[in-house]
Design a protein around this ligand. Structure first.
Ligand SMILES: Cc1cc2nc3c(=O)[nH]c(=O)nc-3n(C[C@H](O)[C@H](O)[C@H](O)COP(=O)(O)O)c2cc1C
Length: 543
């Protein structure tokens, strides 16, 4: 199916924004907005205000100021990458159900980038003393504060940080936050934990050679390129080629002005520089994607050597922190197909249908649901649970398997499944020795563990006691005809069979709704028996 998808992805950020606008997915804000105290909190209401995911938009601010009253000419956009799965899909030029196939195709068929003849991202080049002029350099960019009241500075969040392995020359591109420190200095945080940042592995190599690490931070480019930043690709896979695979054509690249790196030529802004490898500098606090504020840690220090940009650039920022957020949506839509592909292809798990990573508050990594076909052998369910728990060190602290009738996005349905379909003594296992993964540093100790629950249906059960679908659908029509309050159906919203049922009972029910309950009564009258204890199942007696 993947190969049949027509590549129609936007080739740069402004192309993407125009398409989003046509789809009605952009909220333009022309009222004056303070980038440090108002901008992110306003967009945050999209996630904390009970707005359904499909109604979320990209917010485009074209009248941005700061506390000092400084006016920024450059517009700021937040949510343009993944305020919702629909916005993410638009960034790939496809519909939401196709996202997984596009990723699979891109990883199987990367397209090498090509050198461009022209470079819009270098229409303006700022270097040397010009970087340090008052209000210039990084201070000239409308960088918002993500979590006002906790963050120590404005942060770059929608980054693609490009580095190169000094030994193999293989490129890495990762999305890492960067704190504004001075007009020409940034604090950069590349995770050093197990399965942390690819850029950190490069940094270690430069450090052992006693060299600084050349780096380029790309801000704003084709969404497909940005989408590779947070994706967990094999360490030596060139994200620029995978981005080409996502777009369906080669990414045009250009050589940076002051460092030996290539960046997307059609980017909005590029910050070039060098990261020191012989010292670190305090970075943070910053509201993190695990939902707590990351405290001040010693992290990397980047000296900016050039800022290049389009003449009319748009500044892009990602809203992260407590989930759901743009950052968690960005990862969820890409990680879920990665996990499903892993279970299906690498492990050949029978009957696996869906992988759903739990998003609200937990941030997709900790809790994973696996949905299985009915009648799949329990041994396959357990292979699936173990495979999902071990694909990535930081994912799958809790893995729960459910059957296909359970909606993994409905926590009530999950609890229902655990409550009625699992035997806590045989269907629940805890294995020790899991890495603590991505989370706040305080309040935790040592290594973690893994909890796996098989909450699938293991034997036939009676039907779910709601009216059959046809009756609920008919009643919904009447509900709407009566103009009663708007319904948002919650799964399960109709009864269905779960294997334990008989034709006779179907006949009873059909006669009952046809008004012929008296025939049922006369049938049971013929079956009256003495010497029975109440609640003796009729069918036991019939055997
Ligand atoms: C908005 C956002 C901010 C992120 N910030 C960081 C960060 O500061 N440091 C980090 O190591 N990873 C961060 N990540 C996660 C990485 O992008 C992710 O682990 C990715 O796989 C890194 O790419 P790499 O494997 O090539 O290093 C962030 C992700 C998103 C979506």
């Amino acid at each position: 199916m993947g190969s049949t998808i027509r590549a129609n992805a936007p080739i740069d950020l402004q192309d993407h924004l125009q398409r989003l606008e046509k789809l009605g997915l952009v909220q333009r804000i022309s009222r004056q907005i303070d980038k440090d105290s108002e901008l992110h909190p306003l967009v945050r209401w999209q996630f904390q205000g009970g707005i359904p995911s499909e109604d979320r938009k990209a917010f485009l601010f074209d009248n941005v100021t700061d506390a000092s009253g400084k006016v920024y000419e450059m517009p700021v956009v937040v949510g343009a990458l993944a305020a919702s799965p629909e916005i993410y899909a638009a960034g790939l030029g496809v519909n939401v159900p196709e996202i997984g196939d596009v990723w699979t195709r891109a990883m199987d068929n990367p397209i090498q980038p090509v050198a461009a003849d022209d470079a819009p991202c270098q229409e303006v080049v700022i270097t040397g003393h010009e970087l340090m002029r008052f209000g210039g350099g990084l201070a000239a960019l409308p960088v918002p504060i993500s979590t006002p009241g906790f963050d120590a500075a404005p942060y770059l969040t929608a980054t693609v940080v490009v580095t190169k392995d000094p030994e193999t020359g293989v490129r890495n591109m990762g999305t890492y936050r960067a704190q504004l420190k001075a007009r020409d200095r940034l604090g950069v945080r590349m995770a050093s934990r197990l399965s942390g940042a690819g850029g950190y592995q490069h940094w270690l190599k430069y450090q052992s050679r006693g060299e600084v690490m050349p780096v380029a931070i790309v801000l704003g480019c084709a969404p497909a390129i940005l989408f590779t930043g947070p994706q967990k690709l094999p360490i030596d896979e060139d994200e620029m080629a995978v981005a080409g695979g996502l777009i369906g054509s080669a990414v045009r690249t250009t050589r940076c002005k002051t460092v030996d790196l290539e960046v997307p030529a059609d980017a909005e802004i590029v910050i070039e520089g060098e990261i020191a490898t012989d010292y670190l500098e305090p970075e943070g606090p910053f509201g993190e994607s695990h939902g707590h504020v990351a405290m001040e840690d010693f992290n990397m220090s980047m000296k900016v050597t050039a800022i290049t940009r389009r003449r009319k650039a748009v500044f892009i920022s990602i809203i992260s922190q407590v989930t759901p957020s743009e950052s968690s949506t960005l990862k969820k839509v890409a990680y879920e197909p990665l996990f499903l592909g892993h279970l299906k292809k690498t492990f050949n798990i029978k009957g696996i249908k869906r992988v759903v990573m739990h998003e609200p508050l937990t941030n997709i990594r900790k809790v994973i649901f696996l949905q299985f076909d009915r009648n799949v052998p329990q041994t396959e369910v357990w292979r699936g649970l173990q495979a999902a728990a071990s694909l990535q060190a930081q994912c799958g602290k809790v893995v729960i398997a459910v059957s296909e009738d359970i909606d993994p996005n409905n926590a009530d349905a999950i609890f229902w499944s655990i409550a009625y379909r699992s035997n806590i003594s045989s269907d629940v296992h805890i294995t020790p020795y899991r890495s603590g993964g991505h989370g706040p540093k305080s309040g935790r100790s040592g290594t973690d563990a893994t909890l796996m629950i098989d909450a699938t249906l293991k034997a036939n059960m009676p039907p779910l006691a709601l009216p059959r679908e046809e009756f609920m659908v008919r009643a919904k029509g009447i509900w709407e005809e009566l103009q009663l309050p708007r319904l948002t159906p919650q799964s399960p919203w109709h009864g269905y069979e779960l294997g334990d049922w008989s034709e006779q009972w179907t006949d009873y029910a059909n006669r009952a709704v046809a008004g012929d309950w008296e025939t049922n009564g006369s049938m049971t009258e013929n079956n009256q028996k003495g010497g029975m204890k109440p609640e003796t199942p009729v069918r036991d007696f019939e055997k």
